[in-house]
Ligand binder design. Structure first.
Ligand SMILES: Cc1cc2nc3c(=O)[nH]c(=O)nc-3n(C[C@H](O)[C@H](O)[C@H](O)COP(=O)(O)OP(=O)(O)OC[C@H]3O[C@@H](n4cnc5c(N)ncnc54)[C@H](O)[C@@H]3O)c2cc1C
Length: 637
């Protein structure tokens, strides 16, 4: 007898919504009781699912016998009770089988329509609804794709994950029964099994579609169609385009199954043969063993795949990413990237410092602090998990270690402003740069110290790395390494941690108020202006250049084939938009570098082009968002 046991039992009350794990479930002829009893349709009865409407996967359900309560963060809850529904049915069709579904009423229709932003209806599999399994008309089925149940063994998921850059979850595949204790694809060879009192036929494997690529936590479709792309490389049928993962099941008996029930294999079948052209070279491990070229992700955005999430403090997380497809990241320690995040159907961009070190180019990390009421920081915290993918462009920024760096540094950071200092310190430790560094961090309480244990270890490796911190609210703790001070950062603290301040190059990053107070302290202690560097995390609208004129010039947008007029007090980005040209941008303040383009001829002034490297400027690149015309221009937009 196999060691296989039931690991999880899941129902999906509405087709495509999130699953509910049940300790035990009743098996009806149509599948698990409560599974796929509701369907979302257009007003004409055409059903919609998470394939086209990924937001449906973010609807969670609570299930109590007949009642279900639907929840989504954008709307208040909706409770549905079939006894309230009128005897009114609508024609619908699920994957080729015509049937009727009972209407759930106006309140339900309004709820789902408002949530998904278009006119929709909710249908229930009512007493008069009837549907049968296509190839087995003797068996009934509800609104499920084709069969009453789907089973997947843990071993199969593990095997798939071994081939992916980052693992996906069982939730990507929406099974009803998952099994532990099986070898990879052991279930391919099962024809009849018994779980508890119930026997099941396994008539066919399940052909997978693009729905498997909807991230079950971020609720967006994967940009490079994973895990389907990888499945296609080793689970594709020889004589069709079907890609198989999981086994469809039909109950022979009714009864109860429970988590932990053993799975008894009653009949076997020969395993299907799949086309297997998967190349081990596409795995992350082989990338490490035979490195590929570095990624120059400032020309086109790169897809990042999350491979690790670290809880740094109660409101700070680090997200580690690999590039998909794998390539190495090239940036300077202290630079930042722009993340593009899909929120409610639109793409929102924000800048985040790369907190990892370029000396470890296979991974890139960002360390993000939740901002109260903030759009992107909270979305990242709440939705990005291992396997999620996001687009990013960059690197940008001039707040980084320089080639001819003064070897004596003072780094001062507040809150999430520690991120560029983390990258710089990790870099120094990795490549053995034994600079003389005073690293001071300001946190609210000792619990809010970010990556402090790691920094303490680095301070043991680097004899000239001196850590200190101050806590504005709680008292310093004896468990945190480095000199701790209570209260706000002051001249006295700076003098104590860094008596030779005037010999040092100073890097400061933190909230704007913190930075201006720190700058005042440093200048008050005599620090010359040219030794002070700072990075602001807030993007201020650009002031007009003092000598901006209202003179008009001609501007040729060469790529779009449009000639227009540009005033001297108008940015090239504004002029492009006025001419109907779509330019991708993020900060509109010369910081992020997202709108970087080529200038072919003409003079511009762009005093705030911080997102441009020296190399970019030499290569004739410019930032339309902060560039003003000083003559006629020809640009590559
Ligand atoms: C170069 C650079 C590097 C950065 N690096 C990091 C980093 O390493 N780590 C990090 O955590 N952050 C970093 N940031 C900050 C980051 O880009 C975001 O600004 C931050 O995460 C907040 O974004 P958000 O979308 O969560 O907040 P937003 O939605 O932009 O909101 C910001 C604030 O405005 C308020 N707000 C939003 N909308 C409204 C409204 N309609 N009316 C009134 N108030 C409103 C919010 O309540 C919140 O307090 C960096 C920024 C820059 C420019």
């Amino acid at each position: 007898m196999s060691a296989a046991v039931v690991r999880d039992l899941l129902i999906y009350p509405i087709k495509s919504t999130a699953g509910i794990s049940m300790p035990q479930a009743s098996i009806l002829t149509s599948g698990l009781a409560g599974d796929r009893r509701y369907l979302i349709t257009k007003p004409d009865g055409t059903f919609v699912t998470g394939r086209t409407h990924p937001k449906i996967t973010a609807i969670t359900c609570q299930y109590r016998v007949q009642l279900i309560t639907l929840s989504h963060e954008d709307v208040s809850d909706l409770t549905l009770n079939p006894t309230d529904f009128h005897d009114q049915y609508l024609d619908t069709c699920v994957w080729g089988t015509n049937m009727i579904g009972q209407e759930c009423g106006q309140t339900a229709d309004t709820w789902i329509s408002e949530l998904l932003g278009e006119p929709l209806k909710l249908l229930y599999f009512g007493d008069r609804s009837e549907r049968f399994v296509k190839q087995h008309p003797e068996n009934d089925v509800s609104f499920a794709d084709g069969f009453p149940l789907l089973l997947i063994g843990d071993g199969s998921l593990t095997e798939l994950n071994n081939r992916l850059l980052a693992p996906v979850a069982m939730a990507n595949f929406r099974p009803n029964i998952t099994i532990s204790g099986t070898s990879p694809f052991e279930e391919d060879g099962w024809s009849q099994i018994r779980i508890g009192d119930v026997r099941f036929e396994l008539p066919a494997p399940c052909a997978r579609c693009v729905f498997t690529t909807v991230d079950p936590y971020a609720h967006v479709a994967d940009k490079v169609i994973e895990p389907l792309k990888t499945l296609t490389r080793f689970r594709k049928e020889v004589d069709s385009n079907n890609v198989m993962f999981g086994e469809n099941m039909i109950p022979i008996d009714t009864g109860t199954v429970r988590i932990g029930d053993p799975v008894e294999v009653l009949k076997t079948k020969s395993k299907p043969v799949y086309i297997d052209n998967w190349q081990p070279q596409s795995s992350r491990l082989s990338n490490h063993l035979s490195p590929k070229a570095s990624s120059n992700f400032n020309k086109t955005p790169v897809l990042l795949r999350c491979v690790q999430v670290i809880d740094e403090t109660p409101d700070v997380k680090t997200f580690k990413f690999t590039a998909d497809p794998v390539q190495r990241f090239d940036y300077k320690p202290g630079q930042f990237l722009t993340l593009y995040v899909p929120i409610n159907g639109t793409t929102v961009s924000r800048c985040y410092t790369i907190s990892s070190s370029p000396s470890r180019p296979d991974l890139l990390s960002v360390t993000v602090k939740r901002v109260s009421g903030g759009t992107v920081s909270n979305w990242l915290h709440d939705h990005v998990t291992v396997g999620s993918s996001l687009e990013a462009s960059g690197p940008s920024g001039v707040f980084h270690l320089q080639e001819k760096q003064n070897r004596k540094l003072l780094m001062i950071s507040g809150g999430s402003g520690i991120t560029p200092m983390l990258s710089m310190t990790r870099f120094m430790a990795d490549i053995g740069l034994n600079y003389d560094v005073c690293f001071h961090h300001s946190a609210q309480t000792p619990v809010d110290l970010i990556a402090w244990q790691e920094l303490s270890l680095l301070a043991h490796q680097l004899p000239d790395l001196h850590l200190s911190y101050n806590t504005s609210k709680g008292s310093p703790t004896s468990t945190a390494d480095g000199q701790g001070f209570e209260g706000r950062l002051s001249s006295e603290i700076i003098k104590k941690i860094c008596p030779d301040l005037l010999e040092r190059e100073v890097f400061v990053c933190g909230p704007d108020g913190y930075m201006s107070a720190t700058k005042e302290l440093l200048f008050g202690l005599g620090l010359p202006k040219d030794k002070y560097n700072q990075e602001s995390f807030s993007i201020e609208p650009l002031p007009l250049p003092d000598d901006a004129s209202s003179a008009s010039y001609n501007i040729v947008f060469a790529e779009s084939g449009i000639t227009a007029e540009i005033r001297g007090n108008q940015t090239v980005l504004d002029a492009a938009e006025a001419a109907g040209i779509e330019v991708s941008y993020s900060c509109r303040a010369g910081i992020c570098g997202t709108c970087k383009s080529d200038i072919k001829s003409g003079d511009i002034q762009a005093s705030n082009a911080m997102g441009l490297s020296d190399e970019d400027s030499t290569d004739g690149r410019f930032l339309p968002c902060c560039s003003y015309a000083k003559s006629d221009l020809v640009v590559d937009l």
